[in-house]
Design a protein around this ligand. Structure first.
Ligand SMILES: Cc1cc2nc3c(=O)[nH]c(=O)nc-3n(C[C@H](O)[C@H](O)[C@H](O)COP(=O)(O)OP(=O)(O)OC[C@H]3O[C@@H](n4cnc5c(N)ncnc54)[C@H](O)[C@@H]3O)c2cc1C
Ligand code: SF4
Length: 571
């Protein structure tokens, strides 16, 4: 007979469980605990406490053993994560190393992960743009993927809500393709970025160059001070963790806020294996967890479950939640779970020089990173031979160089008197890829990880649409650079493996029709009403904008809905 410990089961029962403590999980945790629900947050990685666990945050460059670079042996051991631009000595401890968590690449896929309390919110580049109706209406208009079950108006109040709390710096630019938000003061463009803006907007009125919008407290409001955060000091050392709470992270913002309510229990080192489904009740009843260190297996129970493990891991958990009712993964009646995964295409860049405005230089650092060119292709009508479009980053900088030739006093003098060169300018593409059934993730039937979870197989690739879009980006930016009088223009046309753009989405998409989607318009499973997915797995299509602000808005909106439904007795 089973040895039932009734008290222990009670101790492991909460009102709500959140899986994952990153950007979306932090928001789910905050909203649930603030609304009075006893909430358990399960995080597979170690604890990372704000300030205390940022070991490199105040280090000088010369204090790093390898001056910030990763040693060659570590680079060789970690070919995947080493390709991420932020994998350096100062922040390497926040990245998953290749050997620690293997996966099966049916096609090359650079899966960049942060497994710790706070997830990738500690590492992100903090670019935050709202999506617009051009994005939410896109699939219906262009005939790709399925129609989104929501429009911008459904999300607008929730964008307002999360922006005020998170702190987003930006300008009100009045562009329908990039709706304005509840902004703190923006970080202004520098003189060459402004020059490019004037040149481009004069010649091509539909193309705009605006200040990048970012999750930094440029000027704190009382709500930020109440969180214990303060003004961003523009150190641009953010990926180390910021002791000022100058940028938004779960660790500085949503998690401590949730903890203050007294309703949140955070359990790090808890690898969620699967969601438990009760056939009689027709609902999920809890989750199975494997302790990361002891490998002990335990179940936790709750009326409400929010899955926020980041897009691909959320797919893994759902696919691994198998029962008689759902033999192919929880809520997977449509057989679409794990499919229609899409991503952003960041695989092209442009570089050039500008020989003008040499009376100016930059002073200080811009945490927003410079300018942003919102998507201008195929907005009002289909005008190219590819679907959808791209946004682009744009930045200008002026670097100082020392002449290192010579010897003795001459060398010393030239090292001590660096000369300013021309302005360097650069741009990178941020393209939308089209969700397709052939881009999928699935469970490997033979191999398991150290916690008994099947390894994930990833089969995701570019297509012809991406190739045409990339060529258009390179041709168009080159034309714009020529128009601005830039010289020494270089096209950087690479095909980095998907994944490196770190914006993977889909697999458990939202939709109106349960036959072709997993979630309804509230991020709620069509067939398991007490399970909500509010991270990137829920995205029906990808837009060109950065995604994380939208995950925040979805999380807050879904919790609000779920609590109202619970009160009505529907959940
Ligand atoms: C270098 C870099 C730059 C980026 N720049 C930007 C940007 O400028 N703008 C933008 O919008 N986005 C950016 N991103 C992406 C952004 O970080 C993610 O979109 C965002 O963090 C996703 O939020 P999430 O809650 O879905 O996942 P995460 O923040 O990754 O959190 C998921 C959490 O779930 C945990 N977890 C996973 N599996 C399990 C399990 N089985 N059991 C328990 N816990 C589990 C993980 O350990 C993790 O802590 C960037 C990312 C990186 C790495
Ligand atoms: S730029 Fe701002 S957010 Fe980033 S580390 Fe510096 S103070 Fe912190």
């Amino acid at each position: 007979m089973a040895n039932l410990n009734i008290d222990s089961e009670k101790e492991r029962t909460y009102d709500a469980i959140v899986i994952g403590s990153g950007i979306s999980g932090g928001w789910s945790a905050k909203e649930l605990s603030e609304r009075g629900l006893k909430t358990l947050v399960l995080e597979r990685g170690r604890d990372v406490q704000h300030v205390k666990d940022y070991p490199t945050t105040n280090m000088y460059p010369w204090e790093f053993e390898h001056r910030g670079e990763m040693p060659y042996a570590v680079q060789q051991e970690n070919p995947i994560v080493n390709r991420c631009y932020a994998f350096h000595e100062d922040a390497a401890h926040f990245f998953v190393k290749d050997k620690e968590h293997p996966y099966v690449q049916e096609k090359p896929f650079d899966w960049i992960r942060g497994y710790q309390v706070g997830g990738k919110s500690l590492l992100w580049a903090r670019q935050t743009q709202r999506w617009s109706d051009f994005d939410f209406e896109g699939p219906l208009r262009d005939g790709f993927a399925v129609d989104w079950p929501i429009r911008y108006a459904d999300l607008k109040p929730w964008y307002d809500y999360v922006e005020r709390f998170a702190g987003i710096a930006g300008d009100r630019d009045g562009l329908p393709e990039l709706p304005d938000g509840e902004f703190l003061p923006s970080y202004p463009l520098n003189v060459v970025e402004k020059y490019f803006k004037q040149k481009i907007e004069a010649k091509y009125p539909a193309r705009k160059v605006i200040s990048a919008r970012c999750a930094h407290i440029s000027k704190p409001e009382p709500i930020h001070i109440q969180q214990g955060r303060t003004q961003c000091q523009s150190r641009t050392l953010c990926q180390r963790g910021c002791p000022f709470g100058g940028y938004f992270s779960s660790n500085a913002s949503t998690l401590p806020w949730a903890a203050k309510t007294g309703n949140m229990t955070l359990r790090p080192d808890s690898v969620v294996h699967s969601i438990l489904y009760d056939e009689q009740k027709g609902r999920a009843i809890g989750v199975k967890v494997i302790d990361r260190n002891t490998k002990e297996e335990m179940d936790f129970y709750a009326k409400l479950i929010f899955v926020n493990a980041a897009a691909i891991n959320t797919n893994l958990i759902l696919l691994n939640s198998r029962s008689n009712r759902f033999p192919n993964g929880l809520g997977n009646d449509s057989e679409t779970l794990g499919k229609y995964v899409a991503f952003h295409n960041y695989s092209a860049r442009m570089y050039a020089e500008y020989e003008g405005l040499l009376d100016f230089k930059t002073d200080g650092r811009n945490p927003a990173g410079g300018g942003y060119i919102p998507r201008f292709r195929n907005l009002h009508k289909q005008e190219t031979d590819y679907l959808r479009g791209y946004a682009a980053g744009f930045g200008a900088y002026r670097s100082a160089n020392s002449d290192r030739s010579g010897l003795g006093e001459d060398l010393k003098n030239s090292l001590l008197n660096p000369k300013l060169g021309n302005w360097g300018v650069s741009s990178h593409m941020m393209g939308e890829t089209i969700p397709k059934a052939s881009n999928y993730v699935a469970l490997d039937t033979k191999q398991q990880d150290d916690w008994g979870v099947p390894l994930l197989k990833i089969a995701i690739d570019y297509d012809d649409n991406d190739a045409k879009m990339k060529k258009d980006y390179l041709d168009t930016l080159e034309e714009m650079f020529v128009e601005a009088g830039f010289t020494n223009i270089r096209r950087d046309d690479r095909w980095q493996a998907p994944g490196l753009d770190i914006h993977e989405m889909g697999g458990a998409r939202m939709g109106n029709d349960p036959k072709t989607s997993v979630l309804n318009k509230w991020n709620q499973m069509h067939t398991v009403p007490n399970v909500f997915v509010t991270d990137g797995a829920s995205m029906t299509s990808t837009s060109t904008q950065n995604p994380s602000l939208t995950y925040m808005a979805f999380s807050a909106r879904s919790v609000d809905y779920a609590i109202k439904e619970m009160k009505k007795g529907n959940i």
